[in-house]
Design a protein around this ligand. Structure first.
Ligand SMILES: NC(=O)c1ccc[n+]([C@@H]2O[C@H](COP(=O)([O-])OP(=O)(O)OC[C@H]3O[C@@H](n4cnc5c(N)ncnc54)[C@H](O)[C@@H]3O)[C@@H](O)[C@H]2O)c1
Length: 350
């Protein structure tokens, strides 16, 4: 697997997206978002996704340069139609607007529909945390094909429906939760297939509803399982609530749209900490709380407690220095695209 520095990988991603029709701003937002996912250790949402986004541009499922339309708003709420633009760009604009509203109103929320994949969900609540606010985001995949079987079921009826919450603090590592409500994100199965690796039991079932460690069964009619193992009804319940916020509140609806067009419905909310308590005291308390959590002695077999967001932060520190390992199958796809778009020489991919 080639090891590539983050800047170079972002440059390759952006150049390919631009060659496929994205504007400079869109290409940079998508490539940076993907590489940030790689840096955080979520390779399933990293550069591996760029060829898929390019396929979706070619299919007309993603529309470069799509307008960002506010269809309904109040001082605290906004309903946004992304007109099939790049989710990375549309959702970031939606969050920026929501933060602006919360600066005056203290609490603000938005829904976003008709946008493509938003990638690593934490990117958006982290914008709020950087602005001294608590940010919450949930996302589904609109009415595109489902991946997760509801608890006790055999067929996929839910998306991986992630939830992310970020809070401001004095800690060095950002304090945030970012999790799929399935046992794992679907991209991790794709990554295991690309790497030829087996997956742990409890991640998927095959088409007959049997547990399997073979990731290829997923694309052969299998389904992801909800988060929670034998208590998977909790993951299933969380996913159902995300679907209500992102599918029904946005008006996207539920079930599968026959065209299979990927449509990330999003619900995001922002709370201005200063409206509740002085921000500096809150940030100090979050840091003290994190130290309280992590100071417990480790349980058997554990190296100790980590805060939410800490694994990603540590990974980012390491990968910024050492570079990002890109699986051969993904690297080959990037090289083929570079050749097709005649940018292989300038990107050093010939
Ligand atoms: N856009 C989409 O449609 C979509 C769908 C699903 C998932 N995703 C993204 O996929 C990524 C991966 O999701 P996931 O559920 O596989 O993440 P994960 O299981 O790796 O991590 C989930 C959360 O647990 C925390 N964590 C991990 N290990 C920990 C430990 N040892 N101690 C304490 N906390 C720990 C992480 O900081 C994170 O907040 C996320 O960025 C998510 O937003 C996106």
């Amino acid at each position: 697997m080639p090891i590539v520095q983050a800047d170079r990988l972002a440059q390759i991603g952006a150049a390919l997206l631009k060659a496929a029709g994205a504007s400079e701003e869109e290409a940079s937002a998508v490539a940076t978002g993907c590489i940030n996912a790689n840096l955080a250790g979520h390779d399933s949402h990293g550069v591996i996704a760029i060829p898929t986004y390019i396929d979706r541009i070619k299919a007309g499922h993603i529309v470069p340069g799509a307008p960002f339309t506010i269809v309904q708003e109040s001082p605290t709420t906004t309903v946004i139609d992304g007109n099939w633009g790049f989710g990375f760009r549309v959702n970031a604009r939606a969050m920026a607007l929501t933060i602006e509203k919360a600066k005056t109103a203290n609490v603000a929320a938005c829904t976003v529909f008709r946008q493509s994949h938003v990638g690593r969900l934490a990117a958006y609540p982290l914008m709020a945390a950087r602005a001294g606010m608590i940010g919450i985001a949930t996302a589904d995949s609109g009415r595109s094909p489902k991946h997760v079987a509801p608890f006790g079921g055999r067929e996929p009826r839910l998306g991986t429906n992630p939830i992310s919450i970020a809070v401001p603090s004095d800690l060095e590592a950002p304090f945030y939760l970012d999790m799929a409500t399935s046992a794992v994100a679907a991209g991790k199965i794709q990554l295991a297939v690309a790497r030829g690796e087996a997956i742990p039991k409890g991640w998927i079932i095959d088409a007959e509803g049997r547990h399997t460690t073979d990731p290829t069964q997923y694309r052969k009619g299998g389904a992801l399982l909800p988060l929670g193992g034998s208590e998977g009804y909790k993951g299933s319940g969380l996913a159902a609530m995300v679907e209500v916020l992102c599918g029904l509140l946005t008006g996207l609806g539920f079930g599968v749209e026959p065209t299979g067009r990927h449509n990330d419905g999003c619900f995001m909310a922002v709370f201005n900490v200063a409206a509740f308590r002085p921000l500096d005291q809150f940030k100090k308390d979050v840091a003290d709380f994190a130290r309280y959590l992590t100071s417990t002695p480790p349980s058997e077999g554990s190296t100790g407690v980590l805060c939410p967001g800490e694994v990603e932060y540590r990974c980012e520190q390491r990968r910024r220095k050492e570079g990002i390992a890109v699986e051969d199958a993904t690297w080959d796809r990037l090289r083929v695209l570079a050749r097709d778009y005649k940018v292989a020489d300038e990107l050093g991919l010939a």
